[in-house]
Design a protein around this ligand. Sequence first.
Ligand code: EPU
Length: 406
Amino acid sequence: MEGSLRIQGSKNAALPILAASLLCPLHCELLRVPRLSDVDAALSILRSLGCRADQQPEGVYIDSTEVSCCSIPPALMEQMRSSVIFMGALLARFGEAWLSMPGGCKLGKRPIDLHLTAMRSLGAEIETENGSLHCRAQKLRGSEIELPFPSVGATENAMLAACGAKGETLIRGAAREPEIVTLQAFLRAMGAEIEGAGSPCIRIGGLRPVKSLRFAVGADRIAAATFACAVACCGGDVELRGVDARQISALLHFLNAAGCDIITKNRVLRIRAQGRLTAVGPVVTEPYPGFPTDAQPLLMAAMLRARGRTFIRETIFEQRFRQAPELCRLGARIRVDGRTAEILGVEALHGAALAATDLRGGAAMILAALSAEGESTVLDEGHIRRGYEDLELCLESLGANILLEG
Ligand code: EPU
């Protein structure tokens, strides 16, 4: 693979920001929002609530001045996990939200108990019945929220709801992901008094809303991780532009140990790989700044042909090795035992027909298929477009031979 690629804007930063645009009557322009089906789903939710929300080539425009309802239809809730973040925004603005359980990639159980506990700590009353959620709060009041696990979504929901609360909120045990820091920057631009994102304790003092704003989303660290792993899989010399390499240092550490050359300068990440890599590990997925679960299937793809055995332990999601049996169709040797996968590197992979199981698993299959001898097909029912803008065109621009059908 050879060439230079500008990395798309961050999906997981853009989605909570789209929900946050509801917090107060606002005209807002968001730059570098990627064109993805999850973004389409968030825009549909905003429109269903009465906002104007359009994605143009230059950016996303939202007018949330006239919101006419606070209920999201189940068909929209089911389209993605991030739909649940609208709960905090609706409660903050209207004191009421009618929702149902969110959808999203199937990675095992994905409860929302931490979200609900956080909302209840702020004074919301929530009734759940057959998957529907009715949340009400006459007045949200600032409080101390202690998250027993640093859930990304629950932290975001709590940040949004706390913006509408009277008094100060402290979120302890908060997630520290870069997307939380971006959400804080957006909330500040909206007029929120908030600090601490990136640390385990976030303090929110309330919101003195502005009427309009313009905000640019940063590069998608997992998209950057995907292309870095593509080079590790296939070999080559590629420059990834617009990337904050510190955000994926846990992955770059392993790619480097496996034999890739990595040079970072001024938001450009250059990665070079040649020949067979060496197995690494053990790799353990952890909340940020640990090794990201989203990069786990991607690193797995990169280790399929490495010399030696790689052990990966998945601690974040119950079932995030669903890509493994599909990768084995290419001739990979992977043994999954509960939360651990053992990859025994093989000399070569061969072409096969695979089916994407989820977003990152599907991307991992494409990377592995590119490094296999002969032709492969990856059947995808829409997982990949949830998170990657033109993945096949980007890979093609680096020299991959890949055809999208259908
Ligand atoms: N969890 C609970 N209860 C809760 C919330 C979470 O038990 O109330 C558990 C989950 O079941 C899971 C773990 O905590 O086992 C982590 O969940 P978290 O809430 O941190 O994740 P999320 O907000 O659902 C976001 C990203 C995911 C990413 C994870 C972890 C978005 C839209 N999604 O999900 O991204 O894997 O954080 O970093 O931000 C992806 O982009 O492919 C993706 C799945």
